[in-house]
Design a protein around this ligand. Structure first.
Ligand SMILES: NC(=O)c1ccc[n+]([C@@H]2O[C@H](COP(=O)([O-])OP(=O)(O)OC[C@H]3O[C@@H](n4cnc5c(N)ncnc54)[C@H](OP(=O)(O)O)[C@@H]3O)[C@@H](O)[C@H]2O)c1
Length: 259
């Protein structure tokens, strides 16, 4: 059984640990946690019997594999606090930090990267990993849908997918609030919007052979209310705004890659 050491128990890794334990794939394994964000770590200790360590080095010493869950700007400080064993693998979830940068910080070893979402907690995240055959893929696949990327550039594109996951929350919120302002009870509005989003995703999965744009066009036929609304969205630059956000973040990731 693989023992995981978690450096940086924050918003994302706390949910990942919950999902990994929930999956049952780690039954009998220990999870060692760094103690800096004690509130989240202590909750995992109390609920699941994870083990809290006072120093990052103690976490690393107990772990077969180290999961690095700090923010990119915190990596350097973290790397200075540790001596990893020769060949000890690490998995990093730090967005935009390349394998080359990670080996520069932590030394030559098996380094893999993963991008996930909060739905890790319920094992329904997208689990994008690089390299394609990696420790990240092996250990994290139970957190949701595994998407293995062959190149680091493709992995950065998957990071944009993870950003989109975040943006969708705001779209949902806008829609829910608008419906609420028009008089729909908040709970009804929430259920309606969430169900509509899940419905599009589910039907697109079901019709896997059909391009999603074609499915949309078959709904937004001329004269329909859907088509009328789509025209307004296009006139006001709705789709362009989304693509602009993607381009901006992709450029920021590309800059990090060359740093
Ligand atoms: N949140 C997401 O949805 C998401 C999605 C994709 C990728 N990511 C990536 O996941 C990483 C974590 O994001 P997050 O949102 O979970 O951030 P977060 O909540 O700030 O979690 C980072 C945790 O690491 C702790 N930490 C920092 N330096 C440490 C050190 N030297 N030793 C031990 N613990 C340390 C922080 O403590 P302090 O609060 O005291 O600094 C914090 O508890 C980031 O690299 C981000 O790029 C996040």
């Amino acid at each position: 059984m693989t023992t995981l050491g978690i450096l940086g128990v924050g918003d994302l890794t706390e949910k990942m640990v919950r999902g990994l334990i929930r999956s049952g794939a780690f039954a009998g394994s220990a999870f060692y946690l760094s103690g800096r964000n004690r509130e989240k770590a202590i909750a995992l200790v109390e609920e699941f019997g994870c083990v809290l360590r006072t120093s990052n080095q103690a976490v690393v010493d107990e772990a077969d594999v180290v999961l690095v869950g700090v923010r990119p700007a915190q990596l350097e400080e973290l790397a200075h606090q540790l001596v990893l064993r020769t060949g000890q693998p690490i998995i990093s979830v730090a967005a935009g930090v390349t394998v080359r940068q990670l080996t520069g910080l932590f030394g030559e070893r098996d380094v893999s990267r993963a991008i996930l979402s909060y739905a890790s907690e319920i094992n329904q995240s997208t689990v994008a990993v690089f390299p394609a055959q990696s420790m990240a893929g092996q250990l994290l696949s139970t957190l949701g849908t595994l998407v293995s990327l062959d190149t680091e550039r493709d992995f950065e594109l998957a990071t944009i997918g993870a950003c989109m996951n975040g943006w969708v929350y705001f779209l949902i919120d806008e829609m829910q609030q608008w419906l609420g302002k028009k008089g729909l009870p908040s709970e009804t509005a929430r259920r309606l919007v969430l169900s509509s989003v899940a419905d599009s995703a589910a039907y697109s999965h079901y019709r896997i052979e059909t391009p999603v744009g074609e499915l949309g066009a078959s709904i937004a036929t001329p004269g329909t209310y859907t088509a009328n609304g789509l025209e307004v969205l296009r006139e006001r630059g709705g789709p362009d705004a989304w693509l602009g956000a993607c381009e901006t973040v992709f450029k920021q990731l590309a800059v990090r890659e060359t740093e």
